[in-house]
Structures are given as structure tokens and as C-alpha cells.
Design a protein around this ligand. Sequence first.
Ligand code: GLA
Ligand code: GLA
Length: 695
Amino acid sequence: MSASTQHRAHRWPQPLPGNDRKIWFGADYNPDQWPEDVQDEDIRLMKQAGVNIVSLAIFSWANIETSDGNFEFDWLDRVIDKLYKAGIAVDLASATASPPMWLTSAHPEVLRRDEQGHVIWPGARQHWRPTSPTFRTYALRLCREMAEHYKDNPAIVSWHVGNEYGCHNYFDYSDDAVQAFREWCRDRYGTIDKVNAAWGTNFWSQRLNSFEEILPPRYVGGEGNFTNPGRLLDFKHFCSDALKEFFCAERDVLSEVTPNIPLTTNFMVSASQNTLDYDDWAHEVDFVSNDHYFTPGSWHIDELAYSASLVDGISRKKPWFLMEQSTSAVNWREINPRKEPGELIRDSMLHLAMGADAICYFQWRQSRSGAEKFHSAMLPLAGEHSQIYRDVCALGADLDTLSDAGILRSKLSKARVAIVQDIQSEWATEHTATPTQHIREWTEPLDWFAAFANRGVTADVTPIHAQWDTYDAVVIPCVYLFSEEMAERLRTFVRNGGKAFVTYYSALADEHDRLHTEGWPGLIGDVVGVRIEEHCPLGTLFPGMLDHLDVSNGTVVHDLADVIDAIADDTTVLATFEADPATGMDGRAAITVHPYHEGGVAYIAGKLGRDGISQSLPEICAALGFELDADPRAGDVLRVVREQEDGAIFEFLFNRTRNTVTADRPAGDMLICSLATDSTDKVTLEPNGVLAFRR
Ligand code: GLA
Ligand code: GLA
């Protein structure tokens, strides 16, 4: 496995010769879905909207290599030439995302298998297995042909390698995967005894005598049958690594031929679904790019801000590229709401405020056939006389304003609070034999992000391997897996004056998903100052079961509470549970604060949700000595600041509510005003409104 622990040097797609550097603005462009004469209109409308880059040929393998070894670049050359002449740069795909029919017909052994051994047939996309030697040979040959053919083409400013690795082929249980998983285990553990120890195989007679006995977590019989958790966790890690290795092989072919063209692949970072270990993948790209699709309803703005902040954390505050988002509805949810007026611009501005130097969409022209025909685009099927296209043009003008004002390369300013995100804990908490299936690692960090936003604090979302221990305060939200190393980091952080908010369901298990002994939170009981023996799941599954727990500060816990059975002498109890005494929960500690050397730790022993956390924050923060804005309306507006090296400050204001809100006007010149008004000392923002200032 070609694992690096260092990021590659950050390299950004450079402007076309003679052009100034601007915010990249554009979309996936699929001209091969249309007659060639549509291209002139595409380019005219792109120019009119301010589009300066397109991602090309992502799904064009079948049109480029029309049969085994027969490459037809003419059509692609012609459209690239037209784009270049119009001043539009190309983020060129390796074109390997989805194999052509001739390939899978001749080589069905490249098709992935599901956990029951079923073949995943062609008909959708990404049906290949990353561990197939045959598929690798074909994909790498295409990469080489693409690189050789386009190495001197000045239109190409970056490589778009593959597409959303793992979106559809994350899990593969084929025989190739079996071999590769065995090798991965050999690399990680060295001896089979260590595998046995990590996976706890003395349980249920699962002991392995050799690496040849290792299987991936294939189907074990459905509901009520529980697969080995240690093996499952390792398999998820392996799947991320197997795809990463495949990406690296493609990347290495491309960069061997075109060493000067920066490369990326589009991640899928969001609050709810971080398929791969993107913080690990980020080591392998020249610049981070992300695809983000909005969550309809009341989580829209907070989930977007959270995800974008996490991408910024993954990119370590270096400029990143928003590769895809939707102008309006997607087509892949059960119900696909459109965007409300203002959201097209607001969403792009929020990504930008959080550190994106490129704002792109899926896709340029809406498809009229194929599985994505109902997916919105920059140019709807309705044509240029449409609200979406008018908004796209307005956005293009706004991005120009920001480019001219010098925003490029400025950095999202460091927050006071870091919220830790841990993909391994997310994976581990997905196991199906747990105290409750209603706890997922990812809901808790999002609740904390929103709760801090309610109190006027825009937090940074920080991957667990990033520098969260350089902030004033850190949130450890359901970080279920805790290694000795993590425990020591937290201990050192708090000892030196850091403030930590640690929640229920943290530090339950070690990095192999083996539970810690001697009470929870494991390894950090001395820092946290509480000890938990059992959990108290809550819900309505059984008549008469405990559904929720009231907390003495007026909040309510749902889904899960800890049974704290001991607290340290110097721990202060800020709030207790209130319940029928027969439950044994009445009067037990719900929120505590423990001083530790120069710092302190708050422990939150149950799922309070966004509103409960937000309501509890003033008291917790006061006890920890962390200052909060006293204004109860501070959370109406989300403030995000980017700082330029020369000292210029870009401040963005977003309305987080469904009402028109008023806020103090930041100093400086107004740059962006969408659904808002600006006056001498106050500004107002309508729902979905945004303002940006420069000083
Ligand atoms: C059954 C099995 C035990 C154990 C328990 C757990 O009774 O026989 O091995 O799995 O369920 O509830
Ligand atoms: C993903 C893919 C795109 C497209 C969009 C639709 O992000 O990368 O090709 O399918 O989803 O939302």
C-alpha cells in the first residue's frame, strides 16, 4: 500500500496563458450527450455566465476508447479547442470512472461482487473492482493514452482522476478483494496471532490459523447475525485503502507523463456520509476537491457549513475546489426538493467563505436522457430564459467581484473551537450490535457545530489527525474509538490549559473496536473525572420503556444516556437527570465539569441534540472559563471570515433563520449583497440572504 503520512505539495490549477487568476467557476461538461452543434450555444452561454473551467470526459471512456485499444480523440480535441479559444480551461478527466460495455463483456472478471456474491452488472456505473489486475491494466492504459495525447495541450489545467471513488464500488467482496484483503492484513499485522488478538477471534470459534483463512465480511445470514466488529472495521479501512491505491496508480501514470499538471479527485465529504477516509486520501492529491449536495429542510445551512469547514480542515486550510453541487434539485433522493430563491447564490458563497477558491456544479447542461434527466444543472432543459440560468449569471458576476477584491488564496480564519471528526469512529458505530442503533458518530458533531453557531461561534470542524489541540477548546463528540495516543493528546491538551467538551459514547473502545475495561470513558477517566459502567438507551421500541430523560437544566436527553456511577472528588455536577426513581436514573450526573491541571473538561452524559446543547452551553462554558457572546440573537447570523496574507479581511454574513434578521454592519466595503440590505450601521438579511464585506 503506498501510504504517505505527508501531504503532497499544494498545487493549484493555473489560469490559461494570458489570463488573470480568478475563482474557478464552472461545471462537469458532458458534450458527448448532445449533437456537436449544441457546443457553440453552450460556449456562448458559458461565457455569458462567467464560466471559466469545465470538467470534461468524466464518463467518456466508451466514446474515447471505442473498442479494445482503438482510441478516438477527434471529438474531444474539437471541443477542447473550442473551449480554449473561448478562454475556458479544462479540468480533464482520466475518463476511467465507468468502463465501456466491450470491456466488461470481454472481461466479466472486473465486475465487483456484493456481500452475497452477486455480480454487480453493467447498467449503472462504477461497477468495477479496484483490486482487479485486468481492470487496472485497462484503466492505466487509458490514463497513459490520455496523458500522452493531451500533454502539450494548453487548455488542460488539471487532472480529474476517476470520479467519486467508492460512491458505488466502496465494498467489493470478490475473490480479488479476498486476496488483497489478506495482503492488507499481512501488511498491517505481520502475524496471524496479531490479527486474532485485534479481532478477538477467540469469540465464537473464529480463530484463524493463517492469513489464507481470512475472509472479508461476506454475508453472514442477515438480521440477527452479527459479523465480527474488528474485522468489519478493518475491512472498511481496507476498502478505502484499496481504492486509494488504485487512484495512486492512475495518478502516477498521469503525473509521469505530465508532471506539471496538478491532480485531484473529487471527495464526497458531508456531515452524514464520509464513505472513504478522506483525511488520509488528502495526502495523495495536489489539491483537495469536494462534491457536496445540500440537505433539504432545516439542516440545509448548518450541514453545508459543517461539511465545508470539514473540507477546509482536510485541506489544512489550503484553498480547495468545490467540484460539484447542484443548482437546484438532485434526482437521487426519495423526494428531491428544489432550492429556494437565494439558495443557489447563498450556498456557493458559504463554500467560498469556508475556503473554496473554485465553485463548480454538476453539471453544465441538464441531460435529457439517462438516469440523471431530472437533475438540475447550470443550464436547465428550459434553456437560458430560466430563473436558474439567471441566478447562475448573477453568481458569476459575484465571483468576479470577489476575485477582483483579492479573496483568492486567503484562508478561513482559525476558530476558537475545534470539533473533532473521526471517520474510524463513524465506521465503528455503524456496527449492528450496540446499545442502540440510534447513535451514529456523525450526528453529534453536527449538533455541536449548530449549537455553537446558535451562540454566535463558528467552529472549525477538524479531522482527528489534524491540529485540534492548538485551539482554545475542543469538542470530542461520540469519538467512540480512543487509542492510547489519542488519550495522551487529550491529556496533554487539557493539562496545558485546553478546554474540552467530551460527550457520551466517547472512548468506549480501542482502535480495533475492543472495549476498554475499568469503566468508560476508557483511558481518560482521570482527565474527565467521571466513570460509567452501563448505558441507558431511550426510545419507544417497547411499550413502557424509558423514552427520554429530563435534565435539571430544562433540557431533555433522547436515545442514549450514560449511567455515571462514580465521579471524582473535584468534579462539579452542573445538571442531573430527573426520572422515575425506579429507573435508577433520577439524580444521576448528566453534565459535569472537571478541572485538570491548567484546563478543564466538561462531560455531557447523553444526547441533548442541537437545542439542548445550545441551551446548556452558557453554563458549561462559564464553568470551563470559555467566553460566549451574551447576545441571545447572536446565532441568527452565521459569520465566516477569510484572512488574506496582506491583512485584508473578508467577512461573510449568512441568515440562519427563516425570518428577516438585523445585525451590526461589519466595517469595510460591501462586496456581495443577495436578499439583503446594507445601511450605515445595521444590515438586514432576508431568509437565504448573504452579505460579504472587505476591510
Ligand atoms: C443466545 C446464545 C448466547 C448469547 C446470547 C446473547 O442465548 O446462546 O451464546 O449469544 O444469546 O443474548
Ligand atoms: C455525483 C457524481 C455526478 C452526478 C452527481 C449527481 O456527485 O459525481 O456524476 O451523478 O452525483 O448529483
